[in-house]
Write a protein that binds this ligand. Structure first.
Ligand code: ZN
Ligand code: ZN
Length: 201
């Protein structure tokens, strides 16, 4: 479902940014770049050098954001596999619990194209199991950022509560709460989804 246009965007980055890793990357043939993109989107970082991974991710992100911008702002997600972004099929990078008229609804955030979509709170956003979710925070129960872990698949995803703190920003507050990641990982959970800021190396 990914159009080769993302490669045009990647090559476009090469015209505006001078970076040895990017230059090296652009020497590769298209089929290999497609394979790199596939493995990154699967969450497999081993095949791509981390310096190059950021550029591939940027081009993909640009591509999927442009795609998302051409869709109606509000749509209804249908079908199974709600845990994946309805626009680009990536795993969510975080979730947030809405306030106001839609108070209590959980929206998942795509880390790639920046779309948001609704998924019931009862289900694990990784394996869709119900009932095995626990919440972790380094502060009290009113913490604005918590980790939601699933006892079934042993993964976790961060949940943002704008109700507890206004002005939360997913990327910045994700980075600001890496201590929470460390704690939840110590408890034996692995982070689901892919964040370009957490590429190894
Ligand atoms: Zn997406
Ligand atoms: Zn799960």
């Amino acid at each position: 479902m990914r159009h080769g246009h993302w490669l045009v965007l990647l090559r476009g980055l090469g015209e505006t940014i001078e970076h040895p890793a990017l230059e090296e990357l652009l020497q590769e043939e298209d089929w290999r770049l497609e394979a790199y993109a596939d493995s990154l989107l699967r969450g497999d970082f081993h095949e791509v050098h981390s310096g190059e991974a950021l550029f591939i991710w940027s081009a993909l992100s640009l591509y999927f954001s442009q795609l998302a911008a051409h869709l109606p702002a509000v749509g209804i997600v249908q079908g199974e596999e709600r845990q994946f972004c309805p626009v680009c099929a990536s795993a969510p990078v975080a979730s947030s619990i809405l306030t106001g008229a839609q108070a209590g609804l959980r929206y998942l955030h795509c880390g790639l194209c920046e779309s948001r979509w609704h998924m019931v709170r009862l289900k694990c956003s990784n394996c869709e199991a119900t009932g095995g979710l626990d919440y972790w925070s380094l502060e009290d129960a009113k913490a604005p950022v918590k980790a939601e872990s699933c006892g079934e698949c042993r993964s976790y995803l961060k949940v943002f509560y704008p109700e507890h703190e206004r002005g939360l920003e997913v990327v910045a507050d994700d980075l600001a709460t890496l201590g929470l990641d460390a704690e939840v990982e110590r408890q034996g959970f692995g982070r689901s989804g892919v964040s370009p800021f957490l590429f190894p190396g």
